[in-house]
Design a protein around this ligand. Structure first.
Ligand code: GTP
Length: 566
């Protein structure tokens, strides 16, 4: 199939507006999946996605469509709708020339539709507006049309009305994509040049090892080719290439313009960097401009409970994160909880998905701390440090060289019915928000932008927002950088122990043993003998004292609840 007959597109939609359902219909029309088999939502592959009904990892599917006597190769690049995954979204958009802008006929435009629209628009994608769910009784098609016209300045006549559920009108979309979306431009995608392919995504398969999704920009690639990564100079012999159809379908050759998979024949996912360029060994072509590295916005600590095998737990955690390279996974040590791991996530949804999985798999064997954000400390002389472990936070008692503390903010974009405007403003102000924009959309919706500290966002801000709008609000957000902040460290130190002597029901003597600062943490965690021994040997001075005071047991549950701020 010649390059001019390729179409690479995405579907841009708010959560639940029907992206997966529409994708399934398109796959049925093109014969990639069989409508009689229960193939609901082929694209949402991970279990967690099915459970939560959201798309997390981008899955790409190729289709072949016969139109006016010619074959077309269509690559539907799936992208997550939620902004926690913005980098994945950008990667997906970058390999496309067009987008279906999908709007639910009964809900109209929501925060994510707006945010993703601007991103697609800024990346020069050709947009085809589609109104979905027109079969619903609550559908208000003219209202959705008004919104599309006013907010996105797209032509009413270009809007396609469909029901992804019943399949109504969906057959008009493929011809429209072929007519309206440009082919990958020949000046950017050249089959005659030496190979350059950009890694868009990678995942781990227990049978074949690492699989990469690549955007082939120049040249071609086949099984047996010797290739190298520009970033690491690691060399491999390609084991298999092909397209996702909807599962892996091997092909003899990949050519420029395709978004396809490559099996490089190794097991360690740490060898692939998304955004890196693949070229043939011996070729001196320049790497393609890379993507930013994912930057964690939310951190949680995970610590094995007493008696849990550290090594085993670590292996099991590593396994869980193999398929999500955006999770930062590092060893850490906490005064209170001993050795454990620090996990960095892209946002609060991302963190909570993994928290659910960890809890399901490890239950009481793992203590997971409440999420925190990374703070920035600026020292005299211009040195700066990012701190994500509370232990490292400078305490105000010592004379310090700290000149400025800053915390991360997000720009929150919210839409909700107009009557809740006051309540939402109050909520944002109470969460130290700063207003950036206020717009009344047609049909009674308000669009509001606030800069809000990330620390508040991750403290169930969305839940609170839904609370004050009776569930009608939608939220999207983007990183807004660091802003100076007036924050302090609060430490919980040891309590006093009172010893009373009682005789005949009367207290006859009383002694208060004063709090000692050093050994409190050892006592908090005193149920595991071997860990305690280790801690105690570090704290010789506390040891003597502890013997005389006795032990304080804090149940694991209580401790977890405390850390979760419940
Ligand atoms: P995310 O993966 O979370 O982004 O959601 P999505 O946009 O993929 O939405 P999905 O396709 O899962 O659809 C959400 C819900 O809307 C499901 O219950 C679908 O059955 C339903 N739905 C999708 N399209 C239609 C439609 O045309 N009509 C009706 N009545 N329901 C639809």
């Amino acid at each position: 199939i010649p390059l001019k007959n390729y179409r690479n597109f995405i579907i841009v939609a708010h959560i639940d507006h029907g992206k997966s359902t529409l994708s399934d219909r398109l796959l049925e029309i093109t014969g990639v999946v069989n409508p009689t088999v229960d193939n609901k939502q082929v694209l949402d592959k991970l279990d967690v996605e099915r459970e939560r009904g959201i798309t997390v990892k981008a899955q790409t599917v190729s289709m072949i469509y016969h139109y006016r006597g010619e074959d077309y190769m269509l690559h539907l690049v799936d992208s997550p709708g939620h902004v926690d995954f913005r980098l994945e979204v950008i990667r997906s958009y970058a390999s496309c020339q067009g987008a279906l802008l999908l709007v639910d006929a009964s809900e109209g435009i929501k925060a994510q539709t707006v945010a993703n629209f601007y991103l697609a628009y800024s990346m020069n994608l050709h947009l085809i507006p589609v109104i979905n769910k027109i079969d619903l009784d609550t559908a208000d098609v003219p209202r959705a049309e008004d919104q599309i016209e006013e907010t996105f300045e797209l032509l009413r006549d270009d809007i396609v009305h469909v029901s992804a559920k019943t399949g109504f009108n969906v057959e008009y979309l493929l011809p429209k994509i072929i007519e309206d979306v440009p082919a990958p431009p020949a000046e950017k995608y050249n089959r005659e040049l030496p190979l350059r392919a950009q890694v868009v995504d990678s995942w781990y398969d227990p049978y074949v090892g690492v699989i990469m999704l690549v955007n082939v920009v120049d040249g071609s690639l086949k099984k047996g080719d010797k290739v190298e990564f520009c970033k690491t100079s690691e060399r491999y012999e390609v084991k298999e290439v092909g397209v996702m159809y909807p599962d892996r379908r091997p092909l003899p050759l990949l050519v420029a313009g395709q978004v396809a998979y490559v099996i490089p024949g190794f097991k360690d996912p740490n060898n692939v960097f998304v955004g890196d360029t693949l070229r043939k060994v011996g070729s001196a072509v320049e790497p393609l401009p890379g993507f930013e590295e994912p930057k964690p916005m939310v951190f949680v600590g995970a610590f094995p409970a007493d008696g849990t095998d550290f090594k085993k737990m670590e292996e099991s955690l590593q396994h869980l994160f193999l398929n999500d390279r955006s999770v930062v996974f590092q060893r850490t040590t906490s005064n209170a909880l001993g050795q454990g791991w620090k996990l960095g996530f892209l946002g609060s949804l991302h963190a909570s998905i993994f928290k659910d999985r960890l809890e399901k798999e490890h239950g009481k064997n793992l203590i997971i701390t409440a999420p925190t954000v990374p703070y920035k400390v600026a020292f005299k002389g211009g040195r700066e440090k990012i701190i994500s472990n509370p232990d490292d936070f400078p305490d105000g008692t010592k004379k310090s060289s700290v000149v400025q503390l800053s915390e991360p903010y997000v720009e929150a974009l919210m839409t909700f019915p107009k009557e809740y405007t006051g309540a939402v403003m109050t909520l944002c102000e109470n969460n130290r928000g700063q207003q950036k924009e206020l717009q009344y959309l047609s049909n009674g919706q308000t669009l509001m932008k606030y800069d809000i500290p990330t620390a508040h966002l991750i403290d169930d801000f969305f839940g609170k927002l839904k609370g004050v709008t009776r569930g009608y609000a939608s939220l999207d957000y983007d990183d807004a950088g660091y802003k100076p902040s007036d924050i302090y460290k609060m430490e919980l130190l040891q309590f006093e122990v009172v010893i009373q002597a009682r005789a005949n029901g009367r207290v006859v003597a009383r002694e208060t043993i004063k709090a000692r600062r050093k050994d409190v943490l050892a006592k908090l965690h005193a149920s595991d003998i071997s860990r305690r021994k280790k801690l105690l040997s570090k704290q010789k001075e506390g040891k003597k004292h502890m013997k005389s005071v006795g032990q304080v047991h804090i149940a694991n549950d209580a401790f977890q609840a405390f850390l979760r701020r419940e």
